[in-house]
Design a protein around this ligand. Structure first.
Ligand code: KDG
Length: 318
């Protein structure tokens, strides 16, 4: 595998109309979940990606499994759990803040929260080029956290790149002290970390880009850090090289999933040997494409799509 990810796929029920959920009549069903999104982003670019997880053996679990399989993601390490349901969440769009989406989870006790070390196929992890997980998996349960930590250890020992997106979801942590402690332990195992400025402040106590890079290196020896700055683009430090790339301005339908599109396309592009700047521009393009529609995965680009998108913005990356 090029990329193996550990995490919880979820059914997203996205409000078709904007406004408070109590007045929304129609919801659209999408296959999502941060790590699954990264797997699909990679597969769309022709990479071999696979997901380690548990899904409920229910209609939603079957939907997600078949969707991922159809996208070319390896689902051979997905356990179908007959005892617990697939997690779901609703997306409320444009209320109270226009252009911003809010999530309402129904995932407590979900099948993926029962993910455990036993579900981690060590050979599968060891043979991957990149092992990816997020702070979401670290938050959903103790057993899922252990599974993610084990996979990170195995991958690191085998010489794979361990990728961690902090993805701090306040609704999933009991308190922020726990998040700081657990995410810090995971950062110590990672080779590359993705985060935004709020996460840098929360986890590293770092205000601003330079402080985030400095603290990540000082405390965790991290020389590969990517800061996602939303509408202001992204900035990365990669073994001494530093690049800053603007975001593309597009009409936003639903911003959820942009970060995963960025990570999946960035990692895939780096694995293809495209270099830091080009990988960041392509990742930004993918993030912009994803936010123009509802759903996290439908608008993820295939190779040709990125070039067409970039030409539409007056250039390409080379
Ligand atoms: O990054 C997008 C994800 O956050 C979304 O699909 C839901 O995985 C999700 C989560 O746990 O918030």
């Amino acid at each position: 595998m090029d990329i193996v990810a550990v995490g919880e796929p979820l059914v997203q029920l996205n409000a078709v109309t904007r406004g408070p959920l109590r007045h929304v009549q129609y919801f659209e069903k999408h296959s999502t979940g941060s790590e699954a999104n990264v797997c699909v982003a990679a597969a769309r670019l022709g990479m071999r990606s696979g997901l380690i997880t548990r899904l409920g053996n229910d209609e939603f679990g079957l939907f997600i499994r078949d969707w991922l399989r159809g996208e070319g993601v390896d689902v051979s390490r997905v356990v179908m759990d007959g005892e617990h349901p697939t997690g779901i969440y609703f997306v409320q769009r444009g209320y109270p803040v226009p252009g911003v989406s809010d999530v309402v989870y129904y995932r407590h006790g979900s099948a993926a929260s029962f993910l455990s070390e036993e579900d981690v196929d060590r050979d599968y992890v060891r043979e991957s080029r990149v092992l990816h997980t997020t702070g979401i998996t670290l938050a959903i349960s103790e057993s899922a956290r252990s599974a993610a930590m084990l996979a990170m250890d195995e991958a690191r020992r085998a010489g794979a790149l361990v990728s961690l997106d902090l993805n701090i979801r306040r609704k999933l942590w009991r308190n922020m002290d726990e998040a700081v402690d657990v995410v810090g332990k995971a950062m110590a195992k990672a080779g590359v970390v993705f985060m935004d400025e709020e996460e840098a402040s929360m986890i590293l106590g770092a205000e601003g880009v330079d402080a985030a890079f400095r603290e990540a290196e000082r405390r965790f020896g991290l020389t590969k850090v990517v800061l996602k700055l939303g509408r202001r683009g992204s900035v990365a430090r990669w073994d001494g090289e530093e690049e800053r790339v603007n975001a593309f301005e597009v009409p936003v339908e639903d911003p959820i999933g942009a970060g995963d599109a960025y990570v999946g396309v960035f990692l895939s592009s780096m694995l293809k040997g495209m270099g830091l700047r080009k990988s960041m521009v392509r990742a930004s393009a993918a993030a912009a494409m994803v936010v123009t529609v509802r759903g996290d995965e439908e608008n993820l680009p295939r190779e040709g799509d990125i070039d067409v998108f970039l030409r539409g913005f007056g250039g390409d990356v080379d």
